[in-house]
Design a protein around this ligand. Structure first.
Ligand SMILES: *Cc1c(COP(=O)(O)O)cnc(C)c1O
Length: 414
């Protein structure tokens, strides 16, 4: 038995599943099979409890009140920063900026870091497999500065065309903004290699880790990027939470993006001075309950072990891949060698929305549509695709049930 297998066996999936209240519910009278984890993950009881406990026991605003509740709320809110720093191996806790999600984190970098630097003719390099959140903010700032967004191509297998990407890294490129794991294809990009190549040409790198942190052990120092962003709700935490990580000297060089309370040192009509990072970038009352919950999620993941989660998911991914390939007329989008348990596909003669609607009647939740990635779907020449995205709490039995349900649904549509 190899090491990976024995690691996986040591996870008690039934016990872990029982920690998720929502995995016990029924949909249309059938037990829920939740295969939409790339859209958002279900929440374990400990996260729900942490949020509820915050409101029951120590609700107060952070960093402004000297009373007991204020300092308790601040302590818990700031503790989540420590936990998140440890979780991604940031060198310092001040490198963790709490945001409302990946979208907010990328916009923060776009407006506070890129906008002041971009000049007419500059380029921001992304890839064809990016989520809209890693395309549109760059287009918005580029339009203001006369810069442009260019996209590196991918292969039919859904991997980056490395030579083409390197060839695009010219003098005009001021940032490479790339996803760690594709939310559609499941492709895991070679971030370290890309960061080294970009840095050799003096190009900073932002990595969208939204689909990586729930599935892989991420070490931002080992990856070598300059910015790393992710969203909390896909990491088993509450919605409205997310993280921008950047090296401290970069954050120190950035002006604020939003102004208001909490982000200042001193306000004067003759001129205001700003707090150092991270607070410079956290204007206003933050999502305190959300970050208390995200801190609990991260503690819980560390107790399970990201390596064990990754091993479990690799096993599920291999099984799902074979299962999907066994379905007649099913075409997978992409077939990357390094992949996460995310699969987008089309089935001959069945519209993705019809498939998802009919699967819902079987209690199976899959996403259908364009997955916030219009350029990618265009690249594959399909108007819409269905997507199965797994978490370690999914099971082989659920994948079998999915295959049977697809056969049934096709019978209905025939
Ligand atoms: C979900 C996702 C985003 C956007 O996350 P929000 O929580 O909606 O801000 C960005 N990039 C990728 C790859 C995603 O999967």
């Amino acid at each position: 038995m190899n090491a990976e297998r024995s690691q996986t066996l040591s996870l008690d999936i039934a016990a872990l599943r029982s920690e998720f209240p929502q995995l016990r519910r029924k949909v249309h009278g059938k037990p829920l099979i939740y295969f939409d984890n790339a859209n958002t993950a279900q929440k374990p009881q400990c996260v729900i409890d942490a949020v509820s406990r915050y409101y029951r026991e120590f609700n107060a605003n952070v960093a402004r009140a000297v009373h007991t509740l204020g300092s308790e709320a601040t302590e818990h809110y700031e503790a989540s920063r420590d936990k998140l720093a440890r979780f991604i191996n940031a060198a310092r806790r001040e490198e963790i900026i709490h945001t409302s999600g990946t979208t907010a984190a990328i916009n923060l970098v776009a407006y506070a870091w890129a906008a002041p630097r971009l000049r007419a003719g500059d380029q921001i390099l992304v890839s064809t497999m990016e989520h809209h959140a890693n395309i549109v903010p760059w287009q918005l700032v580029a339009a203001r500065c006369g810069a442009e967004v260019i996209a590196a191509p991918i292969t039919a297998a859904g991997e980056l065309e490395l030579d083409a990407l390197l060839a695009l890294m010219g003098d005009r490129v001021k940032l490479l903004a790339i996803t760690h794991v594709s939310n559609v294809l499941g492709t895991i990009n070679p971030v370290r290699q890309l960061a080294d190549a970009a840095h050799a040409r003096g190009i900073p790198v932002l990595v969208d880790g939204s689909q990586a942190v729930p599935h892989l052990a991420v070490d931002v120092q080992a990856l070598g990027a300059d910015f790393y962003v992710f969203t909390g709700h896909k990491l088993f935490g509450p919605t409205g939470t997310g993280v921008l990580w950047a090296r401290h000297e970069i954050l120190e060089s950035m002006p604020p993006f939003m102004g208001g309370g909490e982000m200042i040192e001193r306000v004067d009509f003759a001129g205001t001075t700003y707090a150092p990072p991270p607070h410079r970038f956290e204007a206003g009352t933050p999502n305190i309950a959300g970050f208390v919950g995200l801190g609990a999620a991260v503690d819980w993941l560390e107790r399970i072990g990201m390596d064990r989660i990754a091993a479990r998911e690799a096993e599920l991914a291999a099984y799902a891949l074979n299962a999907l390939r066994s379905i007649d007329g099913l075409r997978l989008l992409g077939d990357a060698r390094a992949r996460a348990a995310v699969f987008a596909f089309v089935i001959d003669g069945v519209h993705a929305h019809d498939l998802a609607t009919l699967l819902d009647f079987e209690g199976i939740a899959v996403r259908s549509g364009q997955h916030c990635a219009h350029p990618l779907l265009q690249c594959y020449g399909v108007p819409a695709a269905a997507r199965l995205s797994l978490s370690f709490y999914n099971t082989i039995e659920e994948i079998d049930a999915f295959v049977a349900a697809v056969a049934k649904v096709r019978g209905l549509l025939a």
